[in-house]
Design a protein around this ligand. Structure first.
Ligand SMILES: Cc1ncc(C[n+]2csc(CCOP(=O)(O)OP(=O)(O)O)c2C)c(N)n1
Ligand SMILES: [Mg+2]
Length: 380
């Protein structure tokens, strides 16, 4: 099992802070200049911004239902442990093909998706296991899908990159970089046309932003006033290429301004910041039928996929980002707000570990699809 930050490190929420330098707002206008001068991924700045909003965040946490906060933390821990297990069984040869893990980015899926109504729609790229589970697909059906087994959410025919469940309004799981941005925009159009009141969360990586589909979709969504929330998960890398090497203007949220679209830059290591920004975007989508672009910055700890040797970055770089591990930050915040004890956290860990073990047992025991399934549910 790979060692990830929740089991190995402790974070001091006050580490390295410089209150006077702190910027209190997450809006693009407030930090846009730093974005373009190369200090965008400055960890000290992120820490200072986090410290500046901490008091108000603690106050607002005390007004939120404790059960919801606990469930958010549980889903983050479950996502982490599930992905660690995927890495383990992948290395044992239980999973074939591509496998992209979400470790380090949990606050984005949990912060945004747990602000939705169950009937809202979600679509994402190939790094999709955790999103699928947060949308309600069982860990059993996600892991069995990874194993290529009949009990998988698409009967073992999709694998890691193609989780899907219409019942849960989860529309994939897409392997073509940026492809889901067009489809997600279409989901928003359908919701508006049919007046269903649904909102769409459309996730994509920062490398997808250089493609035409991103710009065409944002233009249409703003022009046609579609209830779509575009969430760019900026994890710094598109495979082995850093954003720095690939993008002329690195402030992604700002790109929405070309289309007159509302936008926010969000700290993707802070689950509550993601939740609050998403709630603002949901309000805009649901009540005004207007889209939003959120650029949420996090960091992936593992390789691009299980076959990535990671030669393009140093261990030291990874360790520096792990200091702001999203699970540890949230745990620390909940403890500071006196809504969580160490004992309760241990219980969450145990529950998550048990859920992952149940998923493994289910996936191991599920049969492979029968030959008669070969030509069903596929385009021939
Ligand atoms: C249209 C297209 N071009 C290239 C690829 C190969 N490819 C797969 S993942 C990837 C990088 C995408 O990075 P990003 O969008 O930042 O997402 P992340 O993997 O970081 O989550 C590339 C280039 C592809 N799948 N589709
Ligand atoms: Mg990326």
């Amino acid at each position: 099992m790979p060692k990830t930050a929740t089991s190995t490190k402790k974070v001091s929420a006050k580490a390295g802070l410089n209150g006077s330098a702190a910027k209190t707002t997450q809006s693009v206008k407030a930090n846009g200049s730093s974005a373009d001068d190369g200090s965008y991924f400055d960890l000290e700045l992120a820490k200072a911004e986090y410290a500046a909003r901490r008091d108000s965040q603690l106050r607002s946490i005390k007004t939120i239902d404790k059960k919801l906060l606990r469930e958010m933390l549980y889903q983050m821990v479950l996502g982490r442990r599930f992905e660690e297990k995927c890495a383990e069984v992948y290395r044992m040869g239980k999973i074939g093909g591509f496998c992209h893990l979400y470790i380090g980015q949990e606050a984005i899926a949990i912060g945004s998706m747990m602000a939705l109504e169950p009937s809202d729609m979600v679509i994402t790229a190939y790094r999709d296991h955790v999103q699928a589970m947060v949308k309600g697909l069982s860990p059993e059906s996600v892991l069995a899908e990874l194993y290529g087994k009949e009990g998988g959410c698409v009967k073992g025919k999709g694998g890691s990159m193609h989780m899907f469940s219409q019942e849960h309004q989860f529309y994939g799981g897409h392997g073509i970089v940026g492809g889901q941005i067009g489809v997600g925009t279409g989901l928003g159009y359908a919701a508006k046309y049919k007046a269903t009141g649904q909102v769409v969360l459309c996730f994509f990586g920062e490398a997808a932003v250089n493609q035409g589909i991103f710009h065409e979709s944002l233009n249409m969504a703003q022009l046609w006033k579609l209830p779509v929330i575009y969430i760019c998960e900026n994890n710094h890398y598109g495979m082995g290429t850093s954003q720095e090497r690939a993008m002329s203007i690195r402030n992604i949220a700002k790109k929405a301004e070309s289309y007159g679209m509302a936008n926010e830059f969000v700290d993707g290591m802070d689950v509550m910041a993601v939740r609050e920004a998403t709630l603002r975007a949901i309000d805009r989508a649901r009540n005004e039928s207007m889209p939003t672009l959120l650029e949420v910055r996090a960091y992936r700890y593992m390789g691009h996929s299980m076959s990535d040797p990671g030669n393009y970055r140093t261990r030291d770089e990874i360790a520096r980002y792990q200091e702001r591990d999203p699970i540890l930050l949230f745990k620390d915040t909940l403890k500071a707000a006196k809504v969580l004890s160490d004992k309760e956290f241990d219980k969450i860990e145990q529950e998550a570990a048990a859920a992952v073990e149940r998923a493994v047992e289910f996936a191991e025991n599920s049969p492979y699809p029968s030959e008669s399934e070969l030509l069903t549910d596929v385009l021939v």
